[in-house]
Design a binder for this molecule. Structure first.
Ligand SMILES: *Cc1c(COP(=O)(O)O)cnc(C)c1O
Length: 432
C-alpha cells in the first residue's frame, strides 16, 4: 500500500460513522433506543446515567491500559489516569463514610469474587442467603465460582412473613462456623439487621460481607441504614440506583483489609480495569454527593412504596407487605398466575419487569409465582407520585386482564401499551 493510500485508509478509520460501516449494528442500536424511549421499565437493576457520566465513559480514556493502582502502575503515561481513579476512590469513601474503596471491579460478581479471594481458602465455609430466598448467584450458586470452590450453607426466609429467619441463621452459624457470612440479595425488599448479624459473626469469628447492590444509592443518600460500622466489607454494583455505569465497588473501613482486597482485585482476579468506567464512576459518585441525589433516592423509595400500595389496594399480595428498598415483590399464587405469564404480558404492554421466585414458591425458577419490580429507572426519568399511581394502575390492569379476561389479553395489552407510550413520551431520556 502506498503512503497516500495508507493515509486515506487511516482517515477513513478515524472518521467513518457506524451507519456507513455497519448498518446492521446501527439499526439494532436504533431499535434499542426506540424501545427504551417508549417503554417504562420496572426492571429492578435498570437505570440510566446522566449525560455527563455517559460523556466520561465514551471518552478517550478507554484507550488506555492501566494495571495496578494510582502511584503504583505497570505502564508509563498514567498521571491523568491516577487523578481519575483517585477522584473515584475519594468520592466513594466520602459517599459511604469509610476509609477504603476499590473502584476497579468489572462487575458486582467480580467484587464478590475478590472478597472470597482475599478472605478465604478454597473449601472454607460460607453462610449466605439461599437463591430461592433472594440471594445472588455470586453468593454460592453451585455452578458459580462461589459454589464450586467453597462450602456453602444457606439461610432462608420465613415463608409466612417473607423476612430473614434470624434464629435459623444464628443456629446455622453456630453449627457450621462459617468464615464468611453474606447478607444482601437480589429480591429481598427489606432492611437487614446488620448489627444482629455482626453479633453472630463476632461470636463465631467470621467476617461479615454486606452486598448492597440493590440499595446502594439509598445508603449513599442516607435514606436506608448503612451497613457500616457493622460489616467488615461492603460490595455493590455501581449501575443500579447509584446511577453510575456498569461495574462493581468494594468498601471497608479497615485499611489492613483494604490492602488485602486491593491485591485480590489486581492481580488476584482481574488484570487491567476499564478506565472509562472508573472515570464514569467518579462522575456518578460526584453527582451522588449533591443534595439533588438525596431527593432522587427518597423518590425511588417513595415510588416503590406507592407501587406496592396501589397493587395491594387492587388485591395483589406484596411480599412482606411493603418495602424498604427500590424492590417490590408481588406474590401471584392466590390468583393462580405464574410469574412467567405475567412477565410476558407486561412486556407486551410496555412495562418490562421480571418473574421471580417468592418465599415458599412451588414453581420452578423458569416459571415462578412472583414478579419483581424496581423503581430506580422510572424515578430517574422524572416520574413522581402522580405518575406512579397511573403506572401502578396500568400494571394492575394487565394482571386483572390475565385473571378475569384471558380471552381479551391482547386487546388489554395494546390499550395499556398506548397509555404507557403516552406517559413515556412526557419523560424522554437523553433529549433536550
Ligand atoms: C446485581 C447484583 C450483583 C452483581 O451483578 P453483576 O451482574 O455481576 O454486576 C451482585 N449482587 C447482588 C445482590 C446484585 O443484586
Amino acid at each position: 500500500m502506498s503512503t497516500r493510500a495508507a493515509r486515506e485508509a487511516t482517515t477513513a478509520f478515524f472518521t467513518t460513522e457506524l451507519s456507513e460501516t455497519d448498518p446492521l449494528m446501527r439499526g439494532a442500536i436504533e431499535r434499542e433506543e426506540h424501545r427504551q424511549q417508549r417503554q417504562l421499565e420496572l426492571l429492578a437493576p435498570k437505570n440510566y446515567t446522566s449525560r455527563a457520566t455517559r460523556e466520561a465513559f465514551r471518552s478517550i480514556v478507554s484507550f488506555t491500559t492501566i494495571e495496578g493502582y494510582p502511584g503504583k502502575r505497570y505502564h508509563a503515561g498514567m498521571d491523568n489516569l491516577d487523578v481519575i481513579e483517585n477522584l473515584a476512590r475519594d468520592r466513594a469513601k466520602e459517599l459511604f463514610k469509610c476509609r477504603y474503596a476499590n473502584v476497579q471491579p468489572h462487575s458486582g460478581t467480580q467484587a464478590n469474587q475478590a472478597v472470597f479471594f482475599a478472605l478465604l481458602q478454597p473449601g472454607d465455609t460460607v453462610l449466605s442467603m439461599s437463591l430461592d430466598a433472594g440471594g445472588h448467584l455470586s453468593h454460592g450458586l453451585r455452578s458459580n465460582f462461589s459454589g464450586r470452590y467453597f462450602t456453602v450453607v444457606s439461610y432462608g426466609i420465613d415463608p409466612e412473613t417473607g423476612l430473614i429467619d434470624y434464629d435459623q441463621l444464628t443456629d446455622l452459624a453456630r453449627q457450621h462456623r462459617p468464615k464468611l457470612v453474606i447478607t444482601g440479595g437480589s429480591s429481598y425488599p427489606r432492611a437487614v439487621d446488620f448489627a444482629r448479624l455482626r453479633a453472630v459473626c463476632d461470636e463465631i469469628g467470621a467476617y461479615l460481607l454486606a452486598d448492597i447492590a440493590h440499595f446502594a444509592g439509598l445508603v449513599a443518600a442516607g435514606v436506608h441504614p448503612s451497613p457500616f460500622p457493622h460489616t467488615h466489607v461492603v460490595t455493590s454494583t455501581t449501575n443500579k440506583n447509584l446511577r453510575g455505569p456498569r461495574g462493581g465497588l468494594i468498601l471497608t473501613d479497615d485499611p489492613e483489609l483494604g490492602r488485602k482486597l486491593d491485591s485480590a482485585i489486581f492481580p488476584g482476579v482481574q488484570g487491567g480495569p476499564l478506565p472509562e468506567f472508573i472515570a464514569a464512576r467518579a462522575v456518578a459518585f460526584g453527582e451522588a454527593l449533591e443534595p439533588a441525589f438525596t431527593e432522587y433516592a427518597q423518590a425511588v423509595l417513595d415510588n416503590a412504596r406507592r407501587l406496592g400500595s396501589v397493587l395491594q389496594k387492587r388485591g395483589y399480595d406484596i411480599v412482606t407487605g411493603g418495602t424498604d428498598t427500590p424492590i417490590v415483590m408481588v406474590d401471584l399464587r392466590r390468583h393462580g398466575l405464574t410469574g412467567d405469564l405475567a412477565e410476558r404480558s407486561l412486556e407486551n404492554a410496555g412495562i418490562p419487569c421480571n418473574k421471580n421466585l417468592v418465599p415458599g414458591d412451588p414453581q420452578k425458577p423458569s416459571v415462578t409465582s412472583g414478579l419483581r419490580f424496581g423503581t430506580s429507572a422510572v424515578t430517574t426519568r422524572g416520574l413522581r407520585d402522580p405518575e406512579l399511581r397511573i403506572l401502578a394502575g396500568l400494571v394492575a390492569d394487565v394482571l386483572d386482564g390475565l385473571i378475569h379476561q384471558p380471552n381479551h389479553v391482547t386487546k388489554i395489552e395494546a390499550e395499556v401499551r398506548t397509555q404507557v407510550e403516552e406517559l413515556a413520551s412526557r419523560f424522554p431520556i437523553y433529549q433536550h
